[in-house]
Design a protein around this ligand. Structure first.
Ligand SMILES: *[C@@H]1O[C@H](CO)[C@@H](O)[C@H](O)[C@H]1NC(C)=O
Ligand SMILES: *[C@@H]1O[C@H](CO)[C@@H](O)[C@H](O)[C@H]1NC(C)=O
Ligand SMILES: *[C@@H]1O[C@H](CO)[C@@H](O)[C@H](O)[C@H]1NC(C)=O
Length: 185
């Protein structure tokens, strides 16, 4: 198994994926990829590192409440309150640093006892060779834990048939640091 460390700097993205399938391929090309290319490919490990910026208010707001339950206002965890978000992913902590994609999805209070969110999102990459590729991430976010862990359950583009683990931690009140290790072809 080949180990590739991708720090998601633009230059690294450009050299890390020499053989890239187009992200707008039709059904025939996808069938060919499964029948012919996949058998020749070796599974590899890619490490991704980036920052996620969360704004619940203000002019650059990135997350909005979309629904709640009839016990949200009385439950200690705000049970059922759900946000839809579209948050920038950047290479550095600085929100003005190079944006490599967006994290788009849902986050909803799913625990009656401890503060914890059900997360369901897409990492949609927009730079270099990852442009147009996505990762699908699903899991639980017990927000009081320093490190949280979610599954990467799939991917598209260069991440077809991906599986992996995303770990994340608060970097500040509005910035989350993500490390992802993903197996793909
Ligand atoms: C919430 O809605 C359910 C069914 O829709 C109802 O049975 C329940 O009594 C409601 N609870 C409150 C606190 O309004
Ligand atoms: C990413 O791909 C889109 C669609 O093909 C294209 O319009 C855009 O310019 C690309 N962005 C970068 C940074 O290469
Ligand atoms: C992480 O940030 C969220 C939102 O600001 C906060 O509710 C939570 O307690 C923080 N968790 C840790 C471990 O600091």
């Amino acid at each position: 198994m080949k180990q590739e460390h991708v720090m998601l700097m633009l230059s690294t993205i450009l050299i890390a994926f020499p053989l890239v399938q187009s992200v707008s391929e039709g059904p025939k090309a996808v069938e060919t990829w499964f029948k012919e290319e996949l058998t020749l490919k070796k599974q590899k490990v890619t490490n991704l590192h980036f920052y996620f910026h969360d704004a619940l208010s203000g002019p650059g707001q990135t997350a909005y409440p979309i629904f709640q339950s009839n016990i949200t206002s009385t439950s200690i965890t705000g049970f059922g309150l759900t946000f839809m978000f579209d948050q920038p992913m950047t290479v550095e902590r600085d929100p003005q640093s190079l944006r490599i994609g967006k994290g788009q999805g849902f986050s909803g209070s799913a625990s009656l006892e401890q503060p914890g969110f059900l997360m369901n999102m897409n990492f949609v990459f927009t730079q270099g060779k990852l442009n147009g590729s996505t990762l699908q991430v699903f899991g639980t976010n017990p927000i009081r834990n320093q490190f949280r862990e979610m599954s990467v359950v799939g991917g598209t583009g260069v991440f077809r048939l991906a599986r992996g683990i995303a770990t994340f931690r608060n970097e500040s009140s509005s910035t989350i640091e993500y490390n992802i290790v993903v197996l793909h072809y």
